[in-house]
Design a protein around this ligand. Structure first.
Ligand SMILES: Nc1ncnc2c1ncn2[C@@H]1O[C@H](COP(=O)(O)OP(=O)(O)OP(=O)(O)O)[C@@H](O)[C@H]1O
Length: 429
């Protein structure tokens, strides 16, 4: 006899319950969030020397390899055991097991050339994480947001919006730089510049205005420089690190803007760090000139306060920089399509990321045509062309070392959670 008992899911990693059958040679796993159950043989009978990790084999469901942590048997026959599922199947392509593993927060930034499928890949990854038990946040830093289109839900507004249709918490955040710029212009026009601070405070960037007087950031932002979107995104990243509001999320997926913007986003902390360094030096030089200090840091600030704040800001920037370069918590996934142009751009992107020491392990090649089974000449030619691009990737010094994840071109538009789940099950396994 085998049966599945419900158990409260301990998110994450996904918790399963396991019940051994009476003769203790097979067991059934069930995922509390669904009614499906899976039977599989145990390699060895439970021994008295528990706890011991064991592997569910074969996997109870396609993308999960359950490591079975067997606590002391709860009854004399040892019938009730608990299982913790932490990873994916051995035949995994994308190495999703590794991405899923652990409760420590991880950040995934998906980026690449425009239109290659960044949003679809990011959204499908977020759905997959959430359905695997990770409270997940998907953030768009692309000024031309398409998360709402991709999920077929209204996720606009610049705040956390819950995504419907997934098993576990998934929230989306579309950072809206255009709206931010408009508000900024209004604020500066109405208040002759005094509204700048309020506006920037709202964006979590107030300290920049206060403290980066020397950079004249306010003036720069009045006519938005190319880095504004990235600055806003960075400020949100800082909030992730510091704010309680975001502490529940164990996976954060970024749908980034096309390549150029992304690179600026990554280099901005360095830029600001260097700028702060300049300001601190400047402050030292003119420390005796009180009036000059006041004009830089504002009337109420005393010098020590200003210097402390700058130091704190610098620390925050260093945190962001570390975050982007932390192999344990952050990964940049490059998305491309099998064309010479897209592969060339991906190669340049990888080179730039390498220079910035940003960890990259995976390359998604999206929109692959299946081998042609018909007389369709166009399909056969196209496929041949795509295979040439794949060869190019395999021989590219920047890309050849990455795990290649091929995602097929599907015959329907990928919109809405069921479609994203479908896509996610193909890519992330
Ligand atoms: N594998 C696929 N099969 C079929 N359609 C796809 C596939 N991947 C993406 N698409 C479709 O291609 C279009 C562009 O995809 P998506 O928005 O994900 O790209 P993007 O790189 O984020 O674009 P942008 O740079 O404009 O933000 C969408 O209509 C999406 O549904």
């Amino acid at each position: 006899m085998s049966f599945c008992s419900s158990s409260s899911l301990v998110p994450p990693p996904t918790s399963l319950s396991l019940n051994l059958d009476m003769n203790m040679t097979t067991a059934a796993c069930c995922v509390p969030s669904s009614s499906s159950s899976y039977s599989y043989p145990l390699r060895r009978l439970p021994s008295p020397s528990y706890p011991k990790p064991r592997r569910c084999s074969p996997s109870p469901f396609p993308s999960l390899r359950a490591f079975v942590f067997v606590p002391p048997a709860t009854n004399p026959l040892g019938l009730s055991l608990r299982v913790r599922a932490v990873a994916a199947s051995a035949e995994s392509v994308s190495g999703f097991d590794e991405m899923l593993y652990g409760t420590r927060r991880k950040y995934y930034l998906l980026g690449g050339k425009g239109g290659v499928g960044k949003t679809s890949s990011a959204a499908s990854l977020a759905v997959k994480f959430a359905n695997s038990g990770h409270p997940t946040l998907v953030v768009s830093t692309d000024p031309a947001h398409s998360l709402s289109d991709s999920f077929a839900q209204d996720l606009t507004g610049g705040t956390l919006v819950p995504v419907e249709g997934v098993d576990y918490p998934l929230f989306a955040l579309e950072i809206n730089p255009e709206k931010a710029r408009e508000e900024f212009r209004d604020a500066t026009q109405k208040n002759g510049g005094t509204g700048v601070k309020d506006f920037m405070d709202g964006m979590g960037l107030g300290y920049l205005v206060e403290q980066l007087g020397e950079l004249k950031l306010g003036e720069l932002l009045d006519t938005p420089p190319p880095g504004l979107d990235e600055a806003i995104a960075i400020s949100k990243v800082m909030q992730f690190l510091e704010s309680q509001e975001y502490s529940m999320f164990t996976r954060i997926v970024f749908d980034t803007a096309p390549t150029g913007h992304t690179l600026r986003l990554l280099s901005l902390p360095d830029f600001l760090d260097a700028s702060i360094g300049k300001i601190l030096k400047l402050k030292q030089k003119i420390s005796s000139a009180t009036s000059a200090i006041k004009s830089v840091f504002g009337q109420e600030e005393n010098r020590q306060d200003a210097a402390d704040k700058l130091e704190r800001l610098r620390e925050r920037m260093l945190k962001v920089r570390e975050l982007f370069r932390d192999t344990d918590s952050t990964e940049f996934v490059i998305v491309t399509i099998p064309t010479v142009m897209a592969v060339s751009e991906s190669s340049r992107l990888r080179a730039s990321l390498k220079k910035e020491n940003v960890p990259v392990k995976r390359l998604i090649v999206n929109q692959m045509l299946p081998p042609s089974a018909s007389d369709c000449k166009f399909c056969a030619m196209k496929r041949k062309d795509q295979m040439r691009a794949i060869d190019m990737i395999r021989n590219d010094p920047e890309l050849s070392s990455l795990s290649l994840i091929e995602a097929p071109l599907v015959d329907v538009e990928i919109r809405g959670v069921p479609a994203l789940k479908f896509m996610g099950d193909i890519i992330w396994k």
